[in-house]
Design a protein around this ligand. Structure first.
Ligand SMILES: [Zn+2]
Length: 307
C-alpha cells in the first residue's frame, strides 16, 4: 500500500461530474418517492394501521434507495481511469497491476450496509462521493477464499469504538476506521513485509490500535492471498540476486558505469518505482531493497527514487 493524495482526484474530475451526480441523486430520490407512493396506496387498499404503514414505508424507501443507487454504478465506474491514474493503474490497497474487474472501485465506507454493524444502513449518502472511492483489485474488494486465507473487503468497515459509526448524513462522529486507508498519510507506514513475502504489522505491540488495524486490513484486503505472497517473495529473491551480483562485480573491480552494473541498477529501479507499469508490489520491493541501505550505491538509489 502506498499513499494516494485524494485531492489530486478532484483536479482530474470530468467537467460534467457534478451534473452527473446531481442527475443520479434526482433519479434515486424519484425512485424512493415512487416506492413511498406505491406503498401508501397499498396501505390504503389493505387497511394498514399507522404503525404498519410507517414500517412498510421505511422498508420500501430503504429498498428503493439501495436498488436505485446500485443501478447507477456507471456513475462511479466512469471515474475508473481518473482513479487509476493516481497509482499508475495499480490497486491502491495491494499494488497489484492485475485488477481483474470491470468496475474496480471500492466504496471505502460501504454504501449499502456495514457488515460489523447490523443496524447500519450503509453510507448511502457517500455513494457518489469521489472522496469515498478507492481503486481496488478484485482480490482486495470482493470475497475470495484460498486454501488457507480468505478475504475481500466487500461491506466490511470495522471501527474502533467509541465513537460509534456515523449512521446518517447528519452524524458527525470522528470515526476511527480499523482498516488502513491509502489516502491517510500515516497508514501506509503501518505495513511491513517479511522474508516469506507475507504482509505483517509494522509494530510489535499487539495491544496497539496500529497493530490491530494492520492485522484487520491484511485479512480484509486479502493481502496474503497465496499468489500475492509468492510474487512478493519472488521480488525479494530477485532483489537479493541483483544486489549480490552487483556487489560481486564491484568487488572484482568492474567499473560502476559498466553495462552490467547499470543494467542491474535499472532492474532494481523498475522494481521499486511506483510509476513503473511493468512491476507491482513496489512498496514491498522498496522495503526489501532497504535491507541493503548500508551499501552506499543502494542508499543513493533509494534516496533518488520517489516512494
Ligand atoms: Zn488489491
Amino acid at each position: 500500500m502506498r499513499y494516494i493524495d485524494i485531492d489530486e482526484v478532484e483536479l482530474e474530475l470530468p467537467d460534467d461530474w457534478d451534473d452527473k451526480v446531481a442527475s443520479a441523486w434526482a433519479f434515486v430520490n424519484r425512485k424512493v418517492a415512487e416506492a413511498e407512493v406505491a406503498t401508501s396506496a397499498k396501505g390504503v387498499q389493505e387497511g394498514w394501521d399507522a404503525q404498519r404503514l410507517a414500517t412498510e414505508l421505511l422498508n420500501a424507501a430503504g429498498t428503493a434507495l439501495k436498488t436505485a443507487i446500485a443501478s447507477k454504478s456507471d456513475v462511479w465506474g466512469s471515474l475508473s481511469e481518473v482513479l487509476a491514474k493516481q497509482s499508475n493503474g495499480k490497486c491502491w490497497y495491494c499494488e497489484t497491476n492485475e485488477l481483474r474487474s470491470d468496475n474496480p472501485i471500492d466504496h471505502f465506507r460501504p454504501k449499502g450496509r456495514v457488515a460489523e454493524c447490523s443496524d447500519h444502513p450503509g453510507y448511502w449518502w457517500l455513494a457518489f462521493d469521489w472522496r469515498n472511492f478507492r481503486f481496488a483489485c478484485t482480490y482486495c474488494n470482493s470475497r475470495r477464499v484460498e486454501v488457507d486465507t480468505a478475504g475481500g473487503k466487500q461491506d466490511h468497515f470495522p471501527v474502533f469504538t467509541p465513537p460509534d459509526w456515523n449512521k446518517t448524513p447528519q452524524d458527525n462522529n470522528q470515526e476511527r476506521p480499523k482498516l488502513l486507508d491509502p489516502t491517510d498519510p500515516d497508514d501506509c507506514e503501518l505495513l511491513a513485509f517479511n522474508i516469506n513475502g507475507l504482509a505483517t504489522p509494522n509494530c510489535s505491540d499487539q495491544t496497539s490500535d496500529n497493530y490491530k488495524k494492520a492485522i484487520e486490513s491484511i485479512e480484509r484486503f486479502h493481502l496474503n492471498h497465496g499468489p500475492t505472497k509468492k510474487a512478493r517473495m519472488a521480488i525479494r529473491q530477485k532483489i537479493n540476486q541483483l544486489v549480490a551480483n552487483t556487489n560481486d562485480l564491484l568487488q572484482q573491480g568492474v567499473a560502476a558505469h559498466s553495462q552490467q552494473i547499470k543494467s542491474n541498477k535499472k532492474e532494481l529501479m523498475k522494481l521499486i518505482r511506483p510509476s513503473c507499469t511493468q512491476t507491482k508490489f513496489n512498496t514491498a520491493a522498496r522495503l526489501y531493497l532497504n535491507e541493503f541501505a548500508a551499501l552506499p550505491w543502494v542508499k543513493s538509489m533509494l534516496d533518488r527514487e520517489p516512494q
